[in-house]
Design a protein around this ligand. Sequence first.
Ligand code: SF4
Ligand code: FES
Length: 371
Amino acid sequence: MADQQQLFKVTIDNITVEVPPGTTILNAARKIGGDVAPPAMCYYSKLQGSGGKCRTCLVEVSKGSDKDPRPMPKLVASCRTTVMDGMEVKNITSPKVIDARAGVVEFLLINHPLDCPICDQAGECHLQDLSYEHGKAGTRYEFQRRTFHKVDLGDKIQLHMTRCILCYRCVFVADQLTNKREHGILDRGDHAQIATYIEKNLHNEFIGNVIDVCPVGALTDKTFRFKNRVWFTKPVDAHRDCPKCSGEVQLWMRGDEVFRVTARKDEWGEVKDTTSGKPGWICNDCRFDKKHINDWVIEGPSAISRHSVISQGHYVGIEKPKEVLIDVMGGRKPRLFLDIHDVSEVNKPNIELSLIDGPATSDTFNGTKKD
Ligand code: SF4
Ligand code: FES
């Protein structure tokens, strides 16, 4: 019988967990879960070679191992540092880490615009979450910010380079999921930018996955841009018989309209594995072209495990407050004085917002929209 694999004991924020040798501190912390897991803006478990770029996952190693208990002299990137037996790590229990993370957020926000109110990624942006948790109210930066023009990468994806944090995830997607990568990071230092060489389009059946891995709103789905705020839509698990991918997706719906199709995500914001155990990357057909409810077999509401605004206002795992109106009214049912749908002309069921080109304006509803 083969020897049972020896496991390493590692203690993170005073919680001990056993993991196989070769596991990174980040993945050991994810095994514990919750706040113990450091934030990760560039590491993506489904993309080989990712990590080591953003420094948001810094942790303090207060004891190297049982054999050599000396602490590591500097904070280390937990996505790139593997555990040792007996290692002790501090994440949220280390003031040094909290301070360093605030510094990293400040650096990331030097050039990143604070345009969350108009950004499609708002509500599911990892940088937005990170800024709420570690950001400062003001900026100390006095120089002009780096800006770029928006670029269409093909007809379905838009690159808003000003928002990019150079995490390289989209480059790994193009490298590992497509046959021919057509984009990468050009130039160095503060001139570094994601670009397609001489503005080539990104043509590949799986290139739409760059949108899902982008932690910020730098790569957005043009079929969804400005159509809706993500927290107004309801995520629903659905599938179809797709010849190119697993066809297991998440539909973002409002009423009967499918506004957006994405891969399903786990609690770390990464693409979930499919029922067959493979990473659930989806093809462009499913993502961009199947926007009708009849294209899909609906499985049911998605369970959103990630702590974010998306998990608010949805209908899975929500504990509703007790309805007290009837008690207060002595057992009588409250009368509805006004049903907004009877008096409002905003509802125009014949206009499918998900299918119109560009954002809806008053012209859309007045029937004066010119093509
Ligand atoms: S475009 Fe998005 S995924 Fe690509 S490097 Fe920039 S932030 Fe990362
Ligand atoms: S997640 Fe570790 S450096 Fe970015």
